[in-house]
Ligand binder design. Structure first.
Ligand SMILES: [Zn+2]
Length: 684
């Protein structure tokens, strides 16, 4: 330890920070390929663990090593304030690394050569350094602050991890302070580890325990009225044993910490995880009185509406991720609200059927939802079609065709067909394919869509008419498929997650689900949380939880977009009644019996729903009924984007616009007048 780096120079003394010993044992264990430490500040990670390990490897078992920092500046500081001072005062390291020769090519700030290997310092914000040579030992400092995407090359940490896999005796080392609960990468890494915690024995009852701030106690003085602390007296702070109730002084606590032992709480699978917080720190700045002061200041600021200090206390002192208060229901809470109607069937209130499709390289994920008055809506299908998505006329796309053109049984006994579908073409490799698929199916009101950037300050409407590439050649542009509908993702998620998922029972806006929905739906639709944007901390954006899949949520967003394209949010009672009337008439003509609960059994697949690789469509016994040619014509002409020149009425809604609205049919005098039912229901 250099006098430049610490108040206690000399050889590193692990007595003060006994928890580092167990971490070093894991680093030396050949069966451990990943070491994760979720930590607060002041727990000797950098000096006690990382520097010591780097020094040891350089001296005893040299190999190529990479240490990644969130920013290049942090890498530079680590070199000048930590690493070089350590080498200077360690003769055995100084003899191997020419740090005094500032112009030596083996000694640049970001590159240290030594016999048998090298050590590189890189910043996660620099793509070139991420692309650099892989190494058997890779450390990532503060993974939560690292870039998730460097110039479209992907997640820097995943890249590093992938590249180091070629080494049989690899070691990845993650050390960091967690940030936001469920978004934190260090939290996710810790949860995937064997989750070790440092147990220390109570000085009074000997019971081993994990130190937590909730057990810190302090006195109140009724006569005091401190501006920030109120009646609290931080100087009275003690640690209270939850087992025997004894109060420990700082000195007692620090002595107990020296007797601590790591204990794993999950199965070991090659990843050793450690959690440690500032209560374990024996350093003067971490005395209980200071921690209590910090907590009271944070609480005071929070009461005034500023949560930054409380966030910092949670992360930097408790070493835990901060949970934003939310009242969005969890997946399990939604699940218990699911209802008894069958998959592929539409309950009474559902009158307009739409689909949202997410495109992956090996599958299509689909939500089909029925909307009714006040945009109350019913999930009709969630699932995936597996197969290649490279060719718009083959593979998964053919199965999608079958699914989107099939009949859906309405509770009235009639059948219902899709009114619109929004298909995600935002993946650069699939844009052309989605465009091609949609181009030949515009008659069915399929739209190629793209989510607006979550990072930009986007307050775009959920549905908006695409901007024309060249307004002078509107129709030409439309025909060549250049238009992509941009979905107001933020607004859509705000509406679905923050409003609609909270509505219980029936009525405007309520979302309904069938109980046999494929079980991954629930986690996926609740896979995102709103937290401060990495680029702009003052603004909150929807972000995916670590490791979660979110296609079902994306599909719900796209389905809402499709519904908005037919103006479900603007339709008046007269229009809904007309739709309902047509359904009733149709059901009288059909043989099927009306069915109150919508539980028409003949469409129902087996309990588990379609399994991987199943084409859900194959489970349908229905074949398409003969279509009414005249009405199919109507539909065939109504491209979702070809006619937007009518003021106030954007084209996709044209056929479904409320009856009193001026009908923009002037351009198409040869067409039969659009029926109020639009495409879907007219095609019975
Ligand atoms: Zn005790």
């Amino acid at each position: 330890m250099s006098p430049k780096a610490t108040a206690k120079p000399g050889a590193y003394n692990p007595d003060l920070t006994p928890w580092v010993v167990g971490i070093h044992e894991a680093l030396d264990d050949p069966a451990t390929f990943e070491v994760v430490c979720m930590k607060s500040a002041q727990v000797a990670w950098t000096d006690g663990v990382l520097l010591n390990y780097l020094g040891k490897r350089i001296d005893i078992a040299p190999v190529p090593m990479i240490v990644m920092f969130a920013k290049e500046q942090a890498a530079k500081e680590f070199n000048s304030e930590k690493f070089e001072p350590m080498v200077e005062c360690s003769p055995r390291l100084a003899s191997k690394i020419p740090i005094t020769r500032s112009r030596d090519k083996e000694n640049r700030w970001q590159y240290k050569g030594f016999p048998g290997g090298f050590l590189k310092f890189v910043g996660s914000n620099s793509p070139s350094s991420v692309k650099s040579t892989p190494a058997p030992i890779t450390a990532v400092e503060e993974p939560d602050d690292c870039n998730t995407n460097v110039k479209d090359q992907g997640d820097t940490i995943t890249l590093l991890r992938e590249r180091s896999k070629t080494y049989a005796r690899r070691k990845m080392i993650f050390g960091g302070t967690p940030t936001v609960e469920k978004l934190s990468r260090i939290e996710a890494a810790y949860l995937a580890s064997d989750q070790r915690k440092f147990y220390i024995p109570c000085p009074h009852c000997d019971e081993p325990q994990v130190l937590a701030f909730e057990h810190v106690r302090w006195d109140e003085d009724a006569t005091a009225s401190h501006e920030v602390f109120g009646q609290a007296r931080p100087e009275s702070a003690r640690y209270c044993c939850p087992h025997c109730g004894s109060l420990w002084t700082d000195a007692e606590k620090n002595r107990a910490v020296r007797l601590g032992k790591w204990r794993a709480e999950a199965e070991f699978r090659g990843v050793a995880g450690f959690y440690i917080n500032e209560l374990y720190s024996p350093f003067p700045g971490s005395k209980l009185v200071h921690l209590v002061e910090k907590y009271l200041q944070a609480k005071h600021a929070l009461a005034a509406g500023d949560d930054t200090k409380m966030r910092s206390f949670r992360n930097n002192t408790e070493g835990l991720p901060y949970a934003y208060p939310t009242d969005i229901p969890a997946g399990d809470e939604l699940r218990v609200r699911a209802e008894g109607y069958a998959e592929f069937t539409v309950p009474w209130g559902g009158l307009v059927l739409v689909a949202g499709v997410d495109v992956q390289h090996d599958r299509l994920a689909i939500v089909i939802r029925a909307f009714g008055r006040g945009e109350e809506s019913w999930l009709v299908y969630w699932g995936e079609i597996f197969g290649s998505t490279m060719n718009p006329n083959a593979g998964a796309w053919l199965d999608l065709d079958a699914l989107l053109t099939r009949d859906f049984r309405h509770a009235s006994g009639a059948t219902l067909r899709l009114s619109a579908a929004s298909i995600d073409g935002s993946d650069g490799n699939r844009t052309e394919i989605v465009n091609a698929y949609v181009r030949s199916r515009r008659a069915r009101r399929y739209m190629a869509i793209k989510g607006a950037s979550e990072q930009g300050n986007d307050r775009r409407e959920i549905f908006s008419t695409p901007r024309k590439v060249d307004t002078g050649k509107r129709h030409k542009a439309a025909k060549s498929g250049l238009e992509t509908f941009i979905v107001g993702t933020t607004r859509a998620k705000d509406l679905i997650l923050e409003t609609r998922f909270k509505l219980q029972g029936n009525g405007a806006g309520a979302y309904h689900w069938y109980a046999t929905v494929r079980p991954d739906y629930w986690d996926q639709v609740t896979s995102e949380v709103k937290a401060p944007s990495k680029l702009n901390r003052a603004r909150k954006t929807w972000q995916k939880k670590g490791g979660a899949r979110n296609e079902a949520l994306d599909c719900e967003v796209y389905a809402l977009h499709a519904a908005r394209s037919v103006k479900t949010n603007l339709m008046q009672e007269a229009h809904w009644s007309a739709l309902e009337q047509r359904l009733r008439q149709r059901s009288l003509l059909s043989d099927a019996e009306p069915d109150e609960g919508g539980q028409v059994g003949d469409d129902q697949v087996d309990e588990a729903g379609p399994s991987e690789g199943d084409n859900p469509v194959k489970t349908s016994p229905h074949s398409s009924p003969p279509a009414d040619p005249g009405q199919v014509e109507t539909a065939a002409e109504s491209s979702p984007s070809a006619d937007t020149s009518v003021p106030g009425v954007s084209s996709p809604a044209r056929d479904l616009a409320p009856p009193p609205a001026p009908r923009p049919a002037a351009k198409r005098k040869t067409r039969p007048p659009p029926r109020s039912g639009g495409y879907s229901i007219s095609k019975w």
